[in-house]
Design a protein around this ligand. Structure first.
Ligand code: ADP
Ligand code: MG
Length: 401
């Protein structure tokens, strides 16, 4: 069921109102408290602008930051994020040291029109992750309507992402949330074909459900990363010291036989005696991985095969790096995929990147702007691709019409 978005709100529903907006400002910071990557903050700006453009009086922002354990911890205060936000907008930004309660509500009602209030980290409250109903009710007092723009947190049923939506209406999706759901949703529901998915990363175990869900939908599933090694073992190949999940070998066997020629595994590998022995990296056929070495990237032959598949596709979905891209020279496969996708975008294909590390890789290569869509939600995009219902989305109002 499609969800209402801020574009579906009537003027009466938003004009002059305090809008409670759940954003995902869970951004990386250095030890001096400076935000080192503000992608997620920038991604929320269109929603904030749109709400003011619709006549909202005050915006009240809720977010979590990091994983504080059992209560307030100054290391996880959102105060520095508020200072950073202030540099990105002309609106006055005020940080509120409480998250809910009398002072917090007072701040929302007394703020000058046009103000953005950023409340302290929702995870300082023990009820947040427990989706405590009393806390959700307190959060609902912070606004006159609720907007969820935190796609990256939508797979968690927490008080600020799920519970609050039961107590505050309208409860609608923000523009970022809507964009994410549209790109990922359309790709899965009605992809232009050929539809090619590329999966990589460290562990097959975390992505089995994605493989399961994608296989019936895609025309080809290209597999790289350490995941490929578990498949190699299933095929009876030597995998040396590569990262293999022995308890998933049977499942990999079953997938190989079920997927038939949809599944495209690497035909060669970049191997080395260890991660720190990049200087001794060399290419081998997949059947020739030395017993004392490990696969750290897909090989050049595989890059070519994957490149051809990507260029010929009309929809490309990528999750998971092809190798240990953090450590050159094992970044080449990941770079090759990102570059092929950028070319595919230019040729008219829809290209989508999901997954925290994959998005970081595309960013580091300065290719993010050359993809149709780079998801801001790592875990959330994975669960969405698995076909799971995201609780933060499910709780929002259904679109009437
Ligand atoms: P994403 O966050 O995009 O979903 P994952 O978290 O599943 O991706 O996987 C990313 C990690 O996988 C990276 O840290 C990368 O170093 C690792 N990785 C990829 N290929 C290999 C490999 N051949 N051996 C060991 N680690 C690998
Ligand atoms: Mg990851």
């Amino acid at each position: 069921m499609p969800k209402r978005t801020i574009n579906d709100l009537t003027d009466e529903e938003v004009r002059g109102k305090r809008v409670l907006v759940r954003v995902d400002f869970n951004v990386p910071m250095d030890d001096r408290g400076a935000v080192t990557d503000d992608t997620r903050i920038r991604a929320a700006l269109p929603t904030l602008d749109a709400l003011f453009a619709r006549g909202a009086r005050v915006l009240v922002l809720l977010s979590h930051l990091g994983r504080p354990k059992g209560g307030p911890d100054p290391r996880y205060s959102l105060a520095p994020v508020g200072r950073h936000l202030a540099t990105l907008t002309t609106r006055p930004v005020r940080f509120v040291t409480s998250t809910v309660g009398r002072d917090a509500v007072q701040a929302t009602t007394s703020a000058a029109p046009g103000t953005i209030l950023l409340m302290e980290n929702t995870r300082f409250l023990t009820g947040e992750e427990k989706n405590d109903d009393a806390l959700a009710r307190q959060m609902a007092e912070l606004g006159d309507l609720y907007v969820n723009d935190a796609f990256g947190s939508a797979h968690r049923a927490h008080a600020s992402t799920e519970g609050v939506a039961h107590h505050l209406h309208p409860a609608v999706a923000g523009l970022l949330m809507d964009t994410e759901l549209r790109f990922l949703g359309d790709a899965l529901a009605d992809p232009r074909r050929p539809f090619v998915a590329i999966l990589g990363g460290a562990k097959i175990s975390g992505k089995i459900d994605v493989i399961d869900a994608l296989l019936p939908k895609v025309d080809a599933l290209l597999v790289g990363g350490a995941m490929a090694c578990t498949f190699f073992q299933a095929m009876g190949l030597e995998t040396g010291k590569s990262l293999v999940e022995p308890d998933r070998v049977d499942m990999a066997k079953e997938l190989v036989s079920r997927a038939k020629d949809k599944l495209v595994l690497p035909n060669d590998a970049v191997v080395a005696p260890s991660l720190d022995a990049g200087a001794r990296a060399h290419d081998v056929a997949r059947a020739a991985i030395p017993a004392g070495e490990a696969m750290f990237d897909i090989g050049p032959g595989t890059c070519e095969v994957f490149d051809r598949r990507i260029i010929a596709a009309r929809t490309v979905l990528w999750n998971g790096p092809m190798g240990v891209f953090e450590k050159p020279p094992f970044d080449r496969g990941t770079r090759a995929i990102a570059e092929a996708m950028a070319r595919a975008t230019a040729a008219g294909a829809t290209t989508i990147v999901g997954g925290g590390d994959s998005a970081a890789a595309v960013d580091a290569l300065h290719l993010a702007s050359r993809m149709t869509h780079v998801s801001t939600g790592g875990g959330a995009s994975l669960e969405f691709l698995e076909g799971k219902v995201l609780p933060g989305v499910a709780a929002l109002d259904d679109r009437r019409n």
